[in-house]
Design a protein around this ligand. Sequence first.
Ligand code: SAM
Length: 476
Amino acid sequence: MAPQELPIDDLPIWARLNDVRFTNVRVVKSEGKGYGVICQQSFDADDSGPDKPLLTVPHGLVLNEAAVEEYAKEDKNFKQLLEAVGHRSPRADILLFLLVQTAIASRTGPSSTGVSNPWTEYLRFLPGTVLVPTLWNEDERLLLRGTSLESAVNAKMLALDAEYEVVQDISSDIPCWNELLWESRTVSLRDWMRLDGLYRSRCLELPRSGESMVPCIDMLNHSSNATAYYEENAKDEVVLLLRPGVSISEGQEVTISYGDSKSAAEMLFSYGFIDPESLTQSLVLPLEPFDGDPLARAKLVSFGEAPRVRVARDADSTTWESSFVHLMCVNEEDGLEFRVLQDTEGGRQLCVFWQDEDVTARTKEFASLTQSHPLGTVFRLRAVTVVLELLQAQLELARSYDVDTDLGDVRDECLEAARQLRRIETDILQSGIDALENERNSLLTDASVVAYLGSTETSGSDLAGEEASTEVDDFS
Ligand SMILES: C[S@@+](CC[C@H](N)C(=O)[O-])C[C@H]1O[C@@H](n2cnc3c(N)ncnc32)[C@H](O)[C@@H]1O
């Protein structure tokens, strides 16, 4: 049972009680964006400067990993909970703290577990839902089929489910938390997902305090022509300042930038909207090793992170980048070798060798490692072919879904965001495919590729896909 939302008109009282200072700005409803911050009286550029913040938030209200630790010192029950479930990541600790605050605000019975904090009440000013796709309903999530967010959102939903289960399992063994959280039914998986959505859409990277949530600063909306920015001052307060040279008129919204290099998918995933003014045109797709590649597992383990391909487009060109594809496309016959070695403490370590050189620490550098090999252009052609086929398959998938039929129960904002994402991504995919086809055609005329293909009597199209990696005899 979620705690009751508080009206935004009560925020100034909460702010006064907690020493948050608003100067000539206030939080209001902002058309189509939830709340936002507006200017109450015109400011010109001369009225602004680091000593004239529009908003000042005391350091003690900043919610980050260290603040959760501090809170645990005041509440021994929470300390026990944090020790049992926490310390997995700063984000997970903050979510655990917020889950407890939600429970405290929702309880109706006499439980004395959990100590209130300014965040207990502040949470009640925050929106009941956020338009991030993990909080979309099933019909709405179907709108993402064939976009780069389809698998990312599915994976995130599974991860949230698993995180929640861990919290539930472990905390139900602690009687006071079992009583407050589970027997009193103060929280649910939906709350965990909402808190994750709130965290993702409202956390900031502060220069000294790191990844943090900051009350009231988190009421500022995004614009690619932002008028303000935030920073930490000498007292570690978080202050909102007008950008140099900016004037702002009465009633005008004050905005910050959520980052100017985020792709449409990242914006939708993290904030639940796509900025139509953004100039960043990029897309990230997951990449899987070839089916049946006997070295696939070793390649994945030694690479150490989820393999991806990134395609980016600007006014002049479309480029692609994937560290994994260059490792994926070489084999034992080419000079790749994995050895399991024993370290001095008796542990076993997977080591990677390329042309007999230990490159265990350089698995992200296979583009350059393979480039200097006599067959460097052939390796490049394999990588280009793999990426080209991935983009072609993704474009075909994106075009195979018609988001305008069989819509089901979907909100207009979700439909519009999904359409926008699909439009942006199909354009990037098409220009990526054009660029890769050009690169492949030019590689196919390269003398070393022609000689190589002649010697193996392999046609250019055989360079693609599984054969390129697993059936290495085709290349020897
Ligand atoms: C940090 S909060 C800003 C305050 C928020 N509007 C609220 O009601 O609490 C970020 C959220 O505001 C909304 N938002 C911010 N900038 C926006 C924009 N330019 N267009 C649409 N929604 C925006 C999105 O819902 C986003 O997840």
